[in-house]
Design a protein around this ligand. Structure first.
Ligand SMILES: Cc1ncc(COP(=O)(O)O)c(C=O)c1O
Length: 458
């Protein structure tokens, strides 16, 4: 009998040689491996990643219907930018933009773009703000070397990234303890003739609330009337853009407000599509600066492009369109209300247990629960997050708020479509149990605390 696990013949017969070897990681491999082995190697590598069903941190979609999955799988090869080859995909993008413009009450015909996510949409929207400001200033023969952008400390990091990458001064309104969004009184002192725009958030990453967009719009109208400065507003509706129209349809935050000139939304968050798809929609065509549109004919047809990337997949555009026609307004409203109802159930249970107080649960909010410990204990929110993860594998983030509210620690549970009421009940029981453990043993050990991740998005 031959030795077990020896010789090329055994490897060929039984496969899986990677199980006893390190996975190729540093050098480009000289030789390949059978397709089945390669597939299994990658599968095995991924097996220990987080479980999306227990991840209450991410806003991003982790489940789509089998029909949508089929559509995505069948269209992975389609290069979205190749409009000559795939004109229907391009038309479907335009349909999605028109539908979003309709949802956001655009006054007439407009334009926009599909993007990789809200980050790319924000870069493009903010670039357009910068270019439009530059054009206005140049027309008046005024200097264009000191552009600034006003936003609150409650924004996503992408806004600071934009300012650094594209040389714009960020004018960041600090948050305060118990005030985690901004309003007109915060914005007013920062606006001057070099302000390219104000960015307001609909559904913050930190607590899921909205800036006072109506109030900021009113302020900008007053500034226009009194000082002759036409300062546009961009609404970062990365999460809120698919929530507010369905949960709070009478709440004006979109193109119903005159100074709102552009909006971004992540299709891959509450648009309910897998990553990465985002959207940028302008109020009207003139809000997109012409200089940012490039014309090329590399692919056999002259096309206007307004993107940071060139080649990219079409599958998520098609999946977004699938959701729009599959769900319609009624379907989205049904899903948003279901998530909200489960979020409220979780909130009530957490409040009832006495350990926590909720943050802004009476206000318009994304379907999530933001909470913190109601009183001083021998442990903090990071310990609860750590203990919950150790006991039951839930990923429920704890983080500190941005300056000047950095002393406030918050926990946040996203209640998504896949979190059923039964799971909500289990989750709240598990949180209660984690707190009971901490009551007995105290907070995490110093060594454990060094391992904790402390940002809102992990
Ligand atoms: C308010 C806000 N803006 C922008 C972003 C970035 O979005 P994306 O991940 O789609 O690039 C996020 C992501 O969480 C967000 O919450």
């Amino acid at each position: 009998m031959t030795e077990p696990f020896s010789g090329q013949e055994a490897v060929e017969l039984y496969g899986n040689r990677f199980l006893t070897e390190d996975a190729p990681a540093a050098e480009f491999p000289d030789a390949g491996m059978p397709a089945l082995d390669a597939m299994r190697l990658v599968d095995e590598e991924l097996a220990l990643e987080g479980d999306p069903n227990r991840n209450l941190a991410t806003f991003v979609t982790t489940w789509m219907e089998p029909e949508a999955q089929r559509l995505i799988a069948a269209n992975l090869y389609r290069n979205f930018i190749d409009h000559a080859e795939y004109p229907i995909s391009a038309e479907i993008e335009q349909r999605c933009i028109r539908m979003l413009a309709d949802l956001y009450h655009a006054p007439g015909e407009t334009t926009g773009a599909r993007t990789q996510g809200s980050s790319e949409a924000i870069m493009l929207g903010a670039l357009s703000l910068k270019w439009r400001w530059k054009q206005r200033r140049e027309a008046e023969s005024k200097p264009v070397d000191k552009p600034n952008l006003v936003f609150g400390g409650d924004v996503h990091v992408v806004w600071e990234k934009f300012c650094r990458y594209f040389d714009v001064e960020p004018r960041i309104v600090p948050l305060q303890k118990d005030k985690y969004v901004i309003g007109p009184e915060d914005v007013e002192p920062h606006v001057d003739e070099n302000t390219i725009g104000v960015a307001a958030v609909l559904g913050t990453t930190f607590t899921g609330h909205a800036d006072d967009i109506v109030g900021i719009n009113q302020l900008l109208l007053e500034i226009k009337g009194k000082r002759g400065l036409d300062v546009p507003m961009h609404v970062d509706a990365a999460s809120g853009g698919f929530v507010w129209p369905f949960l709070y349809p009478d709440s004006a935050w979109d193109f119903r407000l005159e100074q709102v000139r552009s909006i971004n939304v992540s299709g891959h968050k509450f648009g309910l599509v897998y990553p990465g798809i985002g959207w940028l929609v302008f109020r009207q065509k003139e809000d997109l600066a012409d200089d940012l549109v490039f014309y090329e004919n590399y692919l056999g047809k002259t096309d206007a492009t307004f993107t940071l990337n060139f080649s990219t997949g079409s599958a998520m555009v098609l999946a977004q369109y699938y959701n729009f026609v599959r769900l319609g307004r009624n379907g989205y409203a049904y899903i948003m209300k279901a998530m909200e109802s489960n979020a409220r159930a979780l909130a009530e249970q957490l409040k009832g247990d006495g350990y926590f107080e909720l943050i802004g649960d009476e206000e318009e909010q994304l379907p999530l629960v933001a909470f913190k410990l109601a009183e001083e204990r021998g442990y903090d929110e990071f310990d609860v997050s750590w203990q919950l993860s150790a006991e039951r594998g839930w990923m429920l983030p704890a983080y500190t708020m941005p300056p000047d509210a950095e002393d406030v620690k918050v926990m946040r549970a996203l209640v998504k479509e896949t979190l059923s009421r039964a799971q909500v009940d289990r989750l709240s029981a598990d949180i209660r149990q984690a707190c009971a453990t901490l009551d007995e043993k105290g907070g995490a050990h110093e060594v454990e605390r060094h391992k904790m991740k402390m940002t809102p998005g992990y």
